[in-house]
Design a protein around this ligand. Structure first.
Ligand code: BGC
Length: 791
């Protein structure tokens, strides 16, 4: 299997041309890559996600498949059984469900079933094309009896129609004339991945979650549907499929059922050299979006309208949607095709996995696999949100709306935790806390401050103060209440405001007092909350009064936020001249890296948590993350000293870590190190760096790749004054870098080469930015070019 770049341009017969910087290509088929490639070739539209399973399946003696079809935010619950429980532990786990598999299509060639494990595979290739938003497949196969066929499929999950996906399947008889059949299936229960003790994979369900209630055919036999109900959440789901046929001579469709597989069988005849084409349209609708009684009607409507337009029309819309996307979000790297391919793959993956209806979000593995059970984490605000805030802010807003919609549940959670205000869950689907291991779950209260940081960046980048007035402020104020109630003025720390018994981002250190990252981020949040109160009081007085009444907010509370923020305790070690990760981190023994065999990483799979907690060892960026996010609060010297201390102690056992190190390394002038960390982030899934891409893609790292380019090599920052600043540091091996950034209705293009840096406006009015600390104004008609001498 070859995932690397291929300069030879692929062109055969009627098939389109592919440019590898826009494509991921698989040639041949190897068992060891199979499940990983099912993740890499997953398609999605933020709602539906389909793993890149082969149409005919891949189960058998010599191989296995993880069939996966997911709907964002569609879940069932399962009781969490704690042999030794305690008050406030979540008692239900929510898990994203694997819904019926409707993309399956079997092909019979003169009675013999097409499968990669039988007959002879003369050619097998799959191409994910990120410009057209489609997965292409080209196969030439000879059946055991010697009949040769060419198979070409195109598959898409529509970016224009939330509930729709389609597969086009063309077969050509090459050396024979004879009978063929398609069996188009809808498999009600897909086999999930095998159980595992790896916490990143997630718990297995004890019993099936989807119960079949009803099914039926349309009169012409070409449409088939099933209605399921989730066992505990009682949601209804209608999965429907319809078909269009272009065959020279075909029989009427017949119903098909075999060993629990249900569908439609279509028999037809081809003369040698002739082709037949089947287009299958697939729709999913659930009662999370619509009244239950409308689901079937909506399914029929969308399938009929898709059938009228045909696959070509969906493909045209898909292309348009992607042209728009790439016009805002593309990054162009000249001189490093592997990285170019990687950054595009990652941006495309984010678009495919991110919910944009305000009711759903982005799971840790997106819609590509069941790792982390479809849960949403802080990954959203700290990684994915910046990508959307600065490229497609309308999607950024939807991600934040999700937090607003689940604010009541965060209020309930704070009450369970005996606190005022709101505490957002560490992992969730519908707003409830889902983390069963509280030391690396509920204890990560920093998620409250992370959400508010994401909110602040969004508001400053877009100028969308209406969102702040209507929704954001309520999140901000309720979570600020939480902090003031959680912390305390500690006489033992000279009366400074301390926050105890929390876990910071580094999950290899748990339940500590005064995690520096948390305290700094809370301080930032409390300042933002005070500024927001002031701003609403003067600019949105009605909203402000209404909100105060709604949540019973007193002016004295705002004074409390101010005082807590000003008195925040941040642990430091004067001797080492660095920030301490927390009150006790620096007192611990350092981890014995030299004595740790390479295959004992990730440590979490080889050591009891307590063994890890007793050492100075990090899973991921913690203080280093603060150096980046709150960069205006540290001097360059501090950044260097802190980075140099913590970096060697960091295992990067979390995929969220390398990108942050790349950004900070870039800022402090460690160019080679920055590139090394960048490479690891960008190719995390394509090269399967963490060896678990089969469980789904690492969406935070995908977003981290964008961050490492724009905020690392581009050096883009935006602090409290809302001015975008850039300090570019182009990797030595690159010729140039070009990207676009959305800012308050404008689209700024940044071009960086070794000779010059140029800023120009693609859309919108004049914009004041900072370049290397100096203010420059970019005018619509006239960009700014700074040559090397001026840099
Ligand atoms: C990381 C967390 C992250 C989670 C989901 C864990 O391994 O330590 O920071 O939120 O994965 O991606």
């Amino acid at each position: 299997m070859n995932m690397s770049l291929n300069t030879e341009i692929y062109a055969s017969g009627q098939e389109p041309l592919y440019r590898d910087e826009w494509c991921i290509r698989e040639t041949g088929h190897q068992e060891e890559d199979h499940q990983k490639n099912e993740s890499l070739f997953a398609l999605g539209n933020g709602y539906i996600g389909m793993r890149g399973n082969l149409e005919e399946g891949y189960h058998g003696a010599s191989g296995s498949s993880v069939i996966g079809n997911y709907l964002n935010g569609f879940y069932d619950t399962e009781p969490i059984v704690y042999p030794e429980g305690a008050y406030g532990y979540p008692d239900q786990n929510h898990a994203m469900l694997n819904v019926p598999d409707a993309k399956a299509i079997l092909l019979l060639v003169e009675g013999e079933l097409f499968h990669l494990h039988t007959g002879m595979v003369l050619k097998s290739e799959r191409i994910l094309d990120m410009q057209s938003g489609m997965l292409y497949r080209h196969v030439k196969w000879e059946s055991p009896a010697g009949h040769q066929v060419r198979i070409t499929t195109r598959r898409l999950v529509s970016l224009e129609h939330k509930h729709l996906a389609a597969v086009e399947y063309e077969v050509t008889a090459l050396n024979f004339s004879g009978g063929l059949s398609w069996i188009s299936l809808m498999n009600p229960v897909a086999a999930g991945p095998e159980g595992s003790s790896d916490p990143r994979v997630g718990a297995r369900r004890s019993e099936p979650s989807l119960l079949l209630e009803d099914s039926g055919f349309r009169e012409d036999g070409l449409m088939y549907w099933m209605r399921h109900r989730t066992r505990r959440t009682r949601f209804a789901l209608v999965t429907a499929m319809s078909h269009s046929l272009e065959v020279p001579g075909g029989e009427a469709p017949v119903q098909y059922s075999d060993a629990g597989q249900l569908g439609i069988r279509l028999d037809f005849r081809l003369e040698a050299g002739q082709s037949g084409k089947l287009t299958k349209f697939i729709a999913y609708h659930t009662s999370r979006d619509y009244p239950e009684e409308e689901l079937l009607k909506l399914s029929r409507e969308i399938l009929e309208s898709a059938g009228h337009g045909g696959f070509g029309s969906l493909a045209g819309e898909q292309r348009q949607a992607l042209d728009y996307f790439w016009g805002k979000a593309d990054i162009e790297i000249v001189g490093d095709p592997e990285m170019q391919q990687g950054v595009r793959f990652n941006a495309f993956g984010l678009l495919q996995s991110t919910g944009r209806d305000g009711m759903t979000n982005i799971a840790a593995k997106g819609l590509t696999g069941e790792g982390y059970e479809g849960h949403y984490f802080w990954d959203t605000e700290m990684y994915t949100l910046p990508f959307f805030t600065y490229t497609l802010p309308e999607i950024g807003r939807k991600l934040l709306e999700f937090r607003y919609r689940t604010l009541d549940k965060a209020r309930e959670r704070a009450a369970v935790m005996s606190q005022r205000g709101a505490l957002y869950p560490w992992r969730t689907i519908a707003g409830e806390e889902n983390s069963a291991y509280f030391p690396a779950g509920t204890a990560q209260v920093h998620i409250n401050a992370d959400i508010c940081y994401g909110l602040q960046q969004y508001v400053l980048a877009t100028g969308d103060e209406t969102f702040l007035a209507e929704m954001g402020a309520e999140i901000l104020f309720e979570t600020s209440r939480f902090w003031v109630d959680l912390g305390h003025y500690n006489p033992a720390r000279g009366g400074a405001f301390c926050i105890d018994a929390v876990t910071g981002p580094d999950e290899y250190t748990a339940i500590v007092n005064n995690n520096a990252y948390t305290n700094l981020m809370v301080q930032e949040q409390l300042r933002f909350a005070c500024r927001t109160a002031e701003r609403l009081r003067s600019n949105y007085p009605d909203h402000y009064e209404r909100l105060k009444r709604k949540i019973g907010l007193l002016e004295s509370e705002i004074a409390d936020w101010k005082r807590a923020g000003e008195s925040m305790y941040v642990p430091k070690d004067e001797g080492l001249g660095i920030y301490a990760q927390d009150d006790t981190f620096l007192l611990k023994k350092k981890w014995d890296f030299e004595g740790t065999p390479e295959n004992n990483y990730p440590l979490l799979l080889h050591y009891h948590p307590l063994v890890i907690y007793r050492h100075q060892v990090l899973k991921q960026a913690d203080l280093v993350m603060a150096l980046f996010l709150l960069g205006d609060r540290f001097t360059m010297e501090e950044k260097v000293r802190n980075y140099r201390y913590y970096e060697p102690l960091t295992t990067h056992d979390s995929s969220l870590s390398p990108c942050i190190h790349s950004i900070v390394a870039s800022e402090i002038g460690e160019a080679e190190e920055a590139y090394r960390y960048f490479r690891r982030t960008v190719r995390m899934d394509l090269d399967d760096v963490n060896k678990n891409a089969k469980d789904g893609l690492h969406t935070a790292a995908m977003a981290g790749a964008w961050m490492a380019v724009v905020q690392g090599f581009g050096g883009m920052r935006m602090y409290g004054d809302g001015v975008l600043s850039f300090t570019p540091a182009l990797p030595a091996g690159w010729n140039s870098l070009r990207f676009r950034v959305a800012k308050e209705g404008r689209l700024l293009e940044v071009f960086i080469s070794h000779e010059e840096v140029a800023y120009s406006l693609v859309e919108g009015e004049a914009l004041r930015i900072r370049h290397g600390g100096q203010e420059v104004e970019v005018l619509p008609e006239r960009g700014v070019r700074l040559t090397r001498n001026a840099l």
